[in-house]
Design a binder for this molecule. Structure first.
Ligand code: BGC
Ligand code: NOJ
Length: 824
């Protein structure tokens, strides 16, 4: 069963009933100001950091779900009846309802009692504010006398403190109201120089800023006293819970329509210009007023919205494809790319499943997110790389996370997730293949953000590789540290204390447990480093540095050596082993009773080229096919752990079939897809791709439950009672990796150091496809046609046959390149 439909032409998903199985959300904002918005206007906003600069409140895990939002109430003055045009919070039955989630905006429209209301929510490019553009139409044949109420609840900035430290917070809330603008200024008098504001374009009858005055005591947002009474009380918050609400009258003739704008924004004053007059405690509003004025004008809002649309035309224009499969087209052209932008922006911090207080930007996560994003806005990818590398530790290791506001490594989580440093190498290689901006390697960046420790990025990468060489285990495989990609395989944790964090507890010295996954990752990153080093040294190097530069040969030797270690100690006979535990016993082996085979090393070894030469990769992929594949995707392991194992950690804490304990991880399924393309099996690659493709799963919305337009982290595995049910939508590395798998490996269009490679591994049933790829300022128009069986490729570039599958860089100034590809 479906709850809506795709509108590809407008790049929207249209939800046609409000009671979706879970709140189906979208994101507003693309630079510094962000918001989450559900299909019933729930959600919240923040500036840069969902924890430290939370602008509005949201109640996670509430019943009903999705409480706190951007609320509008309409009231019929004739009989006092009122409703929420976004259904929540009043939950009156609407005669018509739709929510259009688009690229950076959401439009919620409904009709109730002959009154149509449509609200368009978006963040104008380059601004730290959101616009709610409300259009009310009287479809009755009589005049309508209406009241409009808007409502937001302010958060006192630090979201964690806001939801815990009530003894203080109930006393600090402060607002100012001036010229019909509500300013939320808690803590502005002391160490903050930022405030939030809420404003309305039309003349208001009144306002409220104290929650209890607006709602009435012991009342909730579904029946606020002010709305029931038809009047705000101009309350001024002194402590307790500051809110923003405006009340205005609307008189509409039959057929008449009116537009009203509300804006909610964030502003930072200079520290030395906080107050006006300077010796007062009153916010200096001189700088913010023109911004507020601008966005209370319909024409400015309309043109800001048009700019947002054309921004997305441009961003998505970097890659477009038409294949015989509409689900693939829709995801690759619209939603998967969009999700890559969102994961790049928000990392794992704020969604329906991430509370915004826990996780900043993950080192591993952000580097991987970049892989699906870098072609869209390369300069932002560059900036992110520099931020990440500046948190790297002198050992080459990495803080597992950093806070976006401070850009400092997060001490609470610390480091020693031994896969982390390699993702930086992989991300930088991806950036260079995309842009050819070799200057990035010469950027002098600190370690651990410490002044005086600066070294060129190039040396940071060398240290990433060295980090693993400094922590090899008894079999010559990398020590796992706290965990590798699979955060829940905690082989050094040994925690038996309830509630102790699996992520930070270390019970062992970590000298024994090794990871075959990191071994494969190491091969991938050293091969990338070899290519990068070769290209840099031969063509792009400008500086001579004091530190040693290793030649490509060095990196290839390291990769070869690690490959041998995998062949000798990482192979189980039918598939790759997962790890060795702290006792030196195998994990992910046929010898194990549970957790016999894990997905990660099967996919990543073949992806990194390990086992391609000797048939191991093919065998491992066949084992995946035989043992891990379900109709809903490929499970992470099989069989799941049925009890808690002290020496395995969090993985065995999950009930069988959920999360890392045998759930379907949409993040590592694409590694297997890529692996299948590397062994030439396009049919299997596409088959796996379609099993977890959200658009394909739209038909299963009752089972899947999450949004049908974005990837989830996990779908419950074969052993779960709810097999096929999805969780953790939006903020997952699934976005970037599925994007990479489909665009770069199945469709085969991938940047290299030497030019754009076009080498599709097409499913046998396809006749071909058309694609457009913007690459280093050149538009490549690619026409692919099947001429026979198999994956043989011949390429013609602007009418001339070329050797191989990589198109050499065209002469400077070239704008368009036409590529014809014959497959088979
Ligand atoms: C989750 C992992 C996640 C880790 C780090 C665990 O509870 O299962 O998916 O990576 O926490 O936050
Ligand atoms: C989610 C985490 O964000 C990511 O870092 C990790 O790799 C996966 N879970 C798998 O455990």
């Amino acid at each position: 069963m479906k709850y809506g439909h795709f509108d590809d032409e407008h790049r929207e998903y249209v939800i046609t009933r409000p009671d979706t199985p879970l709140p189906w959300i979208n994101y507003l904002g693309s630079e510094d100001y962000f918001g989450l918005i559900s299909n019933t206007a729930g959600g919240y906003s923040f500036y840069k950091d969902a924890r430290l600069r939370r602008i509005t409140r949201y109640r996670y895990n509430n019943a009903p779900l999705d409480f706190g939002g951007r609320y509008i109430y309409l009231r019929d003055e004739k009989d006092g009846g009122y409703w929420s045009p976004s259904w929540q919070p009043a939950q009156r039955e609407l005669s018509e309802y739709s929510c259009r989630h688009g690229m950076g905006y959401t439009i919620i429209a409904s009709t109730y009692g002959g009154i149509r209301a449509e609200t368009r929510y978006f963040v104008p490019l380059g601004e730290n504010l959101e616009v709610w553009q409300l259009t009310v139409t009287n479809q009755r044949d009589t005049k309508a006398e209406l009241s409009v109420f808007s409502a937001v609840e302010f958060c006192l900035w630090d979201a964690l403190d806001d939801s815990t430290n009530f003894q203080r917070n109930y006393s600090i809330g402060e607002v100012e109201v001036e010229d019909q603008v509500i300013y939320h200024k808690s803590e502005y008098r002391e160490r903050r120089n930022h405030f939030a504001y809420f404003a309305c374009s039309e003349k208001c009858e009144g306002f409220d800023t104290q929650r209890e005055s607006f709602l009435g005591s012991y009342r909730s947002w579904d029946h606020p006293l002010a709305v029931e009474r038809g009047k705000c009380s101009n309350s001024i918050a002194h402590g307790w819970q500051p809110v923003g609400s405006f009340h205005l009258h609307l008189s509409l003739l039959p057929g008449e329509q009116k537009k009203i704008i509300f804006i909610l924004g964030y502003y930072e004053n200079r520290k030395d210009q906080k107050f006006d007059p300077p010796d007062s405690q009153i916010i200096n509003k001189q700088q913010v007023k023109p911004i507020i004025k601008k966005y209370l004008h319909q024409s400015n809002v309309t043109s800001a919205f048009a700019s947002l649309r054309s921004y997305w035309d441009d961003v998505l224009g970097s890659f477009q494809v038409q294949t015989p499969n509409e689900h693939l087209n829709r995801m690759a052209n619209i939603w998967n790319a969009y999700q890559c932008m969102v994961t790049f922006n928000i990392s794992r911090s704020a969604s329906s499943f991430e509370s915004g207080v826990g996780r900043g930007l993950g080192f591993r996560d952000s580097n991987q997110d970049l892989l699906g994003f870098v072609h869209m806005v390369p300069p932002r990818a560059r900036e992110r790389i520099l931020d990440l590398a500046s948190t790297q530790l002198p050992s080459g290791g990495a803080y597992h996370q950093y806070q976006p506001l401070t850009k400092r490594g997060n001490n609470d989580i610390g480091s020693n997730f031994n896969d982390d440093p390699h993702w930086l190498v992989i991300a930088v290689a991806a950036y260079l293949r995309e842009t050819g901006d070799w200057s990035i390697l010469e950027e002098n960046l600190p370690y651990d953000n410490k002044l005086g420790s600066e070294m060129p990025l190039y040396e940071h990468l060398q240290r990433s590789i060295q980090y693993t060489l400094d922590c090899l285990g008894p079999h010559g495989l990398p020590l796992i540290g706290r965990a590798d990609w699979n955060d829940c395989l905690n082989l050094n944790c040994f925690s038996d204390v309830p509630g102790e964090s699996f992520q930070t507890t270390t019970g062992k010295d970590g000298k024994i447990a090794e990871s075959v996954f990191i071994a494969a990752l190491f091969v991938e990153s050293t091969r990338a480093m070899a290519d990068l080093a070769g290209n840099y040294a031969s063509q792009h190097r400008k500086n001579s540095w004091s530190f040693q530069i290793n030649p490509p040969k060095h990196y290839h030797e390291l990769a070869d050596r690690m490959t041998q270690a995998i062949y000798e100690h990482g192979w189980d006979g039918e598939w790759f082993l997962r790890a060795y535990d702290d006792f030196g016993n195998k994990v992910g082996s046929n010898e194990c009773e549970e957790g016999k085979i894990y997905i990660e090393p099967q996919g990543f070894c073949a992806l990194a080229g390990v086992g391609l030469e000797n048939g191991m990769a093919k065998k491992a992929l066949d084992s995946v096919h035989a043992r891990l594949v379900t109709p809903h995707g490929i499970t992470l392991l099989q069989p799941p752990y049925s009890k808690y194992y002290l020496h395995l950690g969090e993985i065995s804490s999950y009930p069988p079939g959920y999360k890392e304990n045998g759930g379907i991880f949409c993040h590592n399924n694409p590694w297997v897809m890529i692996a299948e393309t590397r062994t030439g099996n396009g049919d299997r690659a596409l088959d796996y791709y379609l099993r977890i493709n959200p658009s394909v799963r739209e038909e299963l919305s009752d089972l899947h439950r999450c949004e049908p337009y974005v990837y989830v982290q996990m779908i419950a595995g074969r052993d779960a009672p709810t097999h096929g049910e999805a969780k953790n939508s939006w903020l997952t590395g699934s976005a970037a990796w599925n994007y990479v798998a489909v665009t770069q490996w199945i469709l085969g269009i991938r940047p290299t150091f030497d030019g754009l490679c076009v080498s599709p591994v097409m499913p046998s049933a396809w006749d071909g496809f058309e694609a457009v790829r913007r690459y280093r300022g050149v538009r490549y128009t690619i026409h692919v046609e099947r001429r026979g069986d198999g994956n043989g490729i011949s390429l013609e570039v602007d009418g001339s046959a070329i050797h191989g599958t990589t198109i050499p860089f065209p002469p400077d100034g070239t704008k368009n390149v036409r590529v014809t590809v014959k497959v088979g």
